[in-house]
Design a binder for this molecule. Structure first.
Ligand code: SF4
Length: 364
């Protein structure tokens, strides 16, 4: 029996087949999908979008992911590493402008110096904000003890994207060695959960060799892992990466965008009260990409507060938007974007994942 689209949409639990059907929705159906996701968002977490001031503090990375513009082997860019003062100043801008939270993001480095530096930075940020700033880290794979140290210092959320859950595909978009191991990444996500972080992950949509079946499995992986936050973006090729070789085999960018939007809506319906980011990559394809993501269920936006002169050197993909702006420009632009999308801005609030808080209540 062929099910009507609306019979699938309003099911309490999606099977893999359901998710595939939703991902394959046509123009009319996908508008129903977005509308329902927006209703779920309003009901479970309210029509509020929270800011995370994004500090891309360094583009130095020890890894070589085949899709990434700042991979270790790319020598066509200038490497930078913000000083501690520059990081503190950026965080200070966030606090003065009533952002409840910041994200500290950088290339992946596992070393004693890095562990200590981040520990001291978190401690300092907690001190100067009177413990009022929410700190999210996005610093890749680290040991259990390092994650724990940073959590104890005051960081409360961690983003570690799985990128794809198809292990064969994972191997095709990463070098085949121990440093780029799928199992280790999953283990890190489990460690982060065990330590008590609000854990976020996410995937790229529209990778070469990726199928709709893969994307449906990604959605199920995130549900099974019971994540608290997610960030998904369309894959955008970078000319200085090995994966660029397959640029002619990709879906058109607009299709990658639409698939990502559908996945955002599906995740909102499946995991009603998690935080979902409207990623910058959405805007790289569609100038109203982030507004559309907010309308389809996203509730987090990450204005870039990295000093403008460094932004051009943190390009994970080509055509990254806003690299020529300063933090104040970003703030003005984001406020307008959120209002256009019909949401209010959660100023002075950390915007914790309600999903995480609800789980905590059950445990207590
Ligand atoms: S995706 Fe992350 S870990 Fe991989 S090369 Fe880029 S910054 Fe490094």
């Amino acid at each position: 029996m062929i099910m009507e689209f609306s019979d699938i949409l309003y099911k309490p639990y999606f099977s893999k087949e359901d998710i595939i059907q939703l991902l394959n929705s046509d123009y009319e159906q996908r508008n129903l999908l977005y509308k329902y996701a927006a209703e779920i968002k309003e009901k479970y977490i309210s029509k509020t979008t929270y800011f995370r001031g994004l500090i891309e503090y360094s583009n130095i990375c020890s890894k070589d992911c085949l899709y990434c513009g700042i991979r270790k082997s790319n020598h066509n860019l200038e490497r930078y590493n913000l000083s501690d003062d520059e990081i503190i100043n950026a965080a200070d801008f966030a606090m003065k402008n009533n952002y409840g939270s910041i994200v500290l993001q950088g290339g992946e480095i596992e070393s004693k110096n890095q562990t200590e530096r981040i520990y001291k930075l978190i401690t300092k940020l907690m001190e100067i904000s009177n413990n009022q700033i929410g700190i999210t880290l996005s610093l890749g794979e680290q040991s259990f003890d390092t994650y724990k140290l940073w959590k104890d210092a005051g960081a409360k959320r961690y983003l570690l994207r799985i990128e794809t859950t198809n292990q064969d595909l994972y191997k095709r978009i990463h070098p085949n060695n121990k440093k780029h191991d799928f199992e280790r990444r999953v283990e890190c996500l489990r460690d982060l959960k065990q330590i008590g972080y609000q854990v976020g992950t996410g995937v790229m949509v529209g990778l070469p060799f990726q199928t709709i079946d893969d994307i449906a499995s990604d959605a199920m992986f995130m549900r099974d892992l019971d994540i608290d936050m997610c960030g998904m973006g369309p894959y955008i090729e970078h000319q200085d990466t090995p994966l660029y070789e397959y640029r002619n085999e990709l879906l058109p960018r607009v299709e990658r965008f639409n698939l990502t939007l559908k996945l955002i809506a599906i995740m909102r319906i499946m995991m009603k009260d998690i935080n979902i980011a409207a990623s910058t990559a959405m805007q790289a394809i569609d100038k109203f990409g982030r507004e559309k993501a907010i309308k389809a269920g996203a509730n987090i936006i990450m204005p870039n507060i990295t000093p403008g002169k460094f932004r051009d050197h943190y390009k994970l993909y080509d055509n990254k938007p806003c690299t020529d702006e300063e933090a104040q420009d970003c703030l003005n632009c984001m406020e307008v974007r959120i209002t256009i999308a019909g949401d209010q801005i959660g100023l002075n609030k950390q915007g914790d994942s309600i999903h995480f808080l609800n789980k905590e209540k059950i445990v207590k």
